[in-house]
Design a protein around this ligand. Structure first.
Ligand code: GGG
Length: 353
């Protein structure tokens, strides 16, 4: 029987609570669909930082390397600057493992209300594909005259032709695989970012020419943000840089009801490295430890992991269980307007599997 080795970094805050729920769902799906999972739980994150002065050990990437996939909860703690937690754990994993496609679906599920008036279920169904290894997140820059009144900070964005091309190509291939609206929207700010994002636009046009069956659209990010609210139903696959993709996927999450439903997959399509699956949300210190976080973003992410591993029946079953729980509208965490707990939601998914 196939046994998948899954590294688990639950991390901080509600990451711990929602990851526990996702693990239980994966275990149940494995039992029902004839495979095994071995979770290797890593105690990395902010508590590890308090004890060791770093978010994960020096050999962390080697430890993760041989696994089939990584499940991550969240990183972030009120007593540690956010750039320390992010640059100490999540970003090095994304970059070292070349997880260049960050895939963030946003679907208006039956039983979930959009804050936008009049949207029936499934009318909004898009995926934001975020470039995940370079762009505005490239670790290039520094301080000059640090801590002096004349202090200067330089932060360079890095856009390579190869980096743009591979993520844009991924978006076109995804549009074909989805076979829904067959449309790819590229979002930049190339009127102002007249080098990096002009390169992106040129690459987008060149790749688009190879996909005559896919309709294309290019928007500036300000118009893109507006249209995510004005006509979210028109989007299918959206491809954007690291920073813009991050911001836009929070917007796509909220127009489909809740950041508590927003899942993501950090993919190395070449499969040289383990891909990483995480909810889009962070550690949410304001509600951490109260047992009220919505675990569905983590559970949907785990379903994406099963799909990536080739366990498509199990992935489909997890997806269906989530849809049924939401459609029934009986169990709702506070982000969805209810009063149920994380464990209530987990148990509802388990009972529908
Ligand atoms: N779920 C992982 C997490 O903690 N995300 C919060 C966050 O700020 N991530 C930054 C990013 O995705 O670039």
């Amino acid at each position: 029987m196939k046994n998948y080795r899954i590294q688990v970094i639950a991390g901080d805050g509600i990451g711990v609570e929602v990851t526990e729920a996702a693990m239980r769902v994966v275990e149940r799906a494995a039992t029902l669909h004839g495979f095994e999972v071995s979770f290797v739980e890593q105690p990395w994150g902010s508590h590890y930082f308090f004890q060791n002065g770093r978010m994960m050990p020096a050999n962390a990437l080697e430890e993760l390397q041989g696994s089939d996939a990584i499940l991550l909860g969240a990183v972030g703690h009120p007593d540690i600057p956010d750039h320390v937690t992010l640059h100490g754990l999540l970003l090095p994993i994304r970059r070292s493992f070349d997880l260049f496609a960050n895939v963030r679906p946003a679907v208006l599920f039956d039983g979930v209300e959009s804050p936008l008036r009049g949207y029936p279920p499934h009318e909004i169904d898009m995926v934001v594909v975020r470039e995940n290894t370079e762009g505005e997140y490239a670790p290039v820059g520094g301080f000059v005259h640090h801590h002096h009144p004349q202090e200067v900070a330089v932060q360079a964005a890095v856009f390579t032709r190869a980096g743009c091309e591979r993520v844009i190509r991924y978006a076109f291939d995804l549009a074909r695989r989805r076979n829904k609206k067959n449309r790819v929207t590229s979002i930049t700010k190339s009127n102002a970012q007249a080098y990096s994002m002009v390169l992106w636009d040129h690459v987008f046009q060149a790749v688009a020419a190879e996909y005559p069956d896919i309709e294309t659209e290019s928007l500036l990010v300000d118009a893109g943000a507006m249209n995510f609210v004005r006509r979210p139903h028109s989007f299918d696959v959206v491809v954007a840089s690291n920073l813009f993709g991050d911001i836009l996927s929070d917007l796509s999450a909220i127009v489909t009801g809740s950041i508590g439903l927003a899942a993501s997959a950090n993919i190395d399509p070449t499969r040289r490295f383990p891909s990483l699956f995480e909810p889009v949300h962070g550690s949410a210190p304001d509600i951490a430890g109260r047992g009220i976080a919505n675990p569905l973003a983590a559970i949907v992410s785990a379903g994406m992991m099963l799909d990536h591993l080739g366990e498509t029946h199990a992935a489909f079953a997890v997806d269906n269980a989530i849809k049924r729980v939401l459609a029934a509208q009986e169990v709702r965490t506070p982000d969805l307007g209810g009063a149920n707990s994380t464990n209530d939601m987990r148990d509802a998914v388990l009972s529908h599997l």
